[in-house]
Design a protein around this ligand. Sequence first.
Ligand SMILES: *[C@@H]1O[C@H](CO)[C@@H](O)[C@H](O)[C@H]1NC(C)=O
Ligand SMILES: *[C@@H]1O[C@H](CO)[C@@H](O)[C@H](O)[C@H]1NC(C)=O
Ligand SMILES: *[C@@H]1O[C@H](CO)[C@@H](O)[C@H](O)[C@H]1NC(C)=O
Ligand SMILES: *[C@@H]1O[C@H](CO)[C@@H](O)[C@H](O)[C@H]1NC(C)=O
Ligand SMILES: *[C@@H]1O[C@H](CO)[C@@H](O)[C@H](O)[C@H]1NC(C)=O
Ligand SMILES: *[C@@H]1O[C@H](CO)[C@@H](O)[C@H](O)[C@H]1NC(C)=O
Ligand SMILES: *[C@@H]1O[C@H](CO)[C@@H](O)[C@H](O)[C@H]1NC(C)=O
Length: 492
Amino acid sequence: MPLTEQFQFCSLRLLFPLLLVLSASYRLYDEIIGTRDLTGLTPYQEYIPHQPRISASSSNAKKCQSPGVNSRHVNYTASFLHPTQWMKGEGDIYSGMWWQSIDSMLLTNYSKIGFLEAISFQSFRNNKRVIQTVDWLDVAVEHLSKYVKFFSGITDNEVRRAVEDRVAELIEGYIRRTKERCPPSPIQSAIPSTIAILPLRVSTLEKHYEVRLLKLQLTATIASLWVTGFPRAVIVGVSQNESLVASESFELLHDVTSSMELKYIHVETDDLGLVPKVALTRFQQLILQLAGDNTINNVEIEEWFGQHRPSKWKHVYFTEPDLILHIRPEATQSLSQELDKGHIINAHRLQPLPHTHQFSDIIENISVQNPFSALKLENKVLPNKELFALVHSLNPTDGDVCCDQGKFYPGNLNDSSLPVVKRKGCWLWEFCGFGPNANHSDWNATLKNHELLLKHPFISLVQGTQIPLVHHGQRVCIPRSDGTFCSNVNEG
Ligand SMILES: *[C@@H]1O[C@H](CO)[C@@H](O)[C@H](O)[C@H]1NC(C)=O
Ligand SMILES: *[C@@H]1O[C@H](CO)[C@@H](O)[C@H](O)[C@H]1NC(C)=O
Ligand SMILES: *[C@@H]1O[C@H](CO)[C@@H](O)[C@H](O)[C@H]1NC(C)=O
Ligand SMILES: *[C@@H]1O[C@H](CO)[C@@H](O)[C@H](O)[C@H]1NC(C)=O
Ligand SMILES: *[C@@H]1O[C@H](CO)[C@@H](O)[C@H](O)[C@H]1NC(C)=O
Ligand SMILES: *[C@@H]1O[C@H](CO)[C@@H](O)[C@H](O)[C@H]1NC(C)=O
Ligand SMILES: *[C@@H]1O[C@H](CO)[C@@H](O)[C@H](O)[C@H]1NC(C)=O
């Protein structure tokens, strides 16, 4: 090829993808701006405290609501983010959970892990491909513990008690609504052959709020696994404390355990600080023993794997005990195929945000007697005003989707390769604007404090906690409820 022709050919080859990217970003920019007045989405509902219904007939014969398959999602094929979309400069993909085959799990030696997050990062490193879905609603988790801890340290006792009760109520509400649903009937997928492992650590029983909330978070996590259809979960602890909390949690779930096996397992160890490592190490040892001819401790094998059937299990779902799982039932087939290829599934980690929506009645109530405390609480949470008030309430059962756009900053930069830098000394981006001196009466300061958050549309999940959420990895998604699916813009 002559030089000029070659040059033209090259530049054309470069130009074309560039044009595609530019037109795609322009379209996305347009769409994100458009999300501010999305129509057709359920408007956000104020939190309504649950009134316990005491009725003689609400006994065991209770019928659950069938999940139903959304007609638009029949024959659904999930789209996945290309690994480079999150590996190159896209930072934090930690979600606190993973789902992989037992074979691929054995590629990582968990006995050599030095810190909690390495359980994910090392697994990702040893795997051919980490799967994240383009539609967040295909696989996402709601991360609870950070939200729970946010409200500790309120000095006014009366306010603290009301707030703590509300946080507990929000998680209880999720558990109650979830128990009213039905797990999908067993289908040919990876779910019936998956064993779930949940490490638990309870370092004190004396702090009542802490213990109550640990129990509720664990219960919510298990409930989400139950409603997804997982057949067995083992909760692994290292002392009497975990055993106690686990058994109280099982008690809260006693009416659903006919379709799910729950087992608490005690592991003897000196390493009280890293129960996930201890749990996975022990699990791997047993798998290796089963594969070899070593003397096998049958009692322990049965504890982990249930009766008669270690060979039933082909996959492991590992999760911290504070993550509500959401899987679109129709995506299960696609996900199972990825697991069969040896890939590892990593959910989108969604972070609930402290918002007036969940506390307005409490603030109002307190302000009668104690206006200053009420104001302090009001300033602690996001205001119900302007863009802060807009939450896209999504219901996957109605066919709603939320399509990943990567780290793209609506309303600010038109170049997604230039991330907004968070303030110095600030660790989790989504909490950067919540300071002890927050004061919404200085509105400009509030806007400035939360400038990062304001660039990300808030969503909430009807089948989850219903609290406003953003992506922990600072990604953006476009909520849609017009019946269209998400497709991978970079693969299109
Ligand atoms: C789903 O797939 C089946 C078999 O391939 C086909 O008969 C059916 O029409 C498809 N349904 C929809 C809604 O596309
Ligand atoms: C991990 O390493 C230890 C010590 O080297 C070894 O005994 C164990 O079998 C290894 N586990 C796996 C799953 O390879
Ligand atoms: C269990 O809880 C008790 C009471 O709060 C505490 O003193 C103890 O250290 C805890 N045990 C462990 C192993 O963490
Ligand atoms: C409001 O205050 C009253 C009296 O202190 C209390 O009984 C009630 O539970 C409070 N309601 C809320 C939502 O905090
Ligand atoms: C968008 O990008 C162009 C080129 O980089 C720049 O000149 C322009 O100021 C940017 N607009 C905004 C609103 O940032
Ligand atoms: C918030 O700021 C206003 C003035 O901008 C001040 O009057 C008020 O006392 C402050 N509130 C708190 C709780 O510090
Ligand atoms: C807040 O910001 C707006 C726009 O930048 C400005 O016009 C206004 O004067 C500011 N208000 C205060 C009280 O600083």
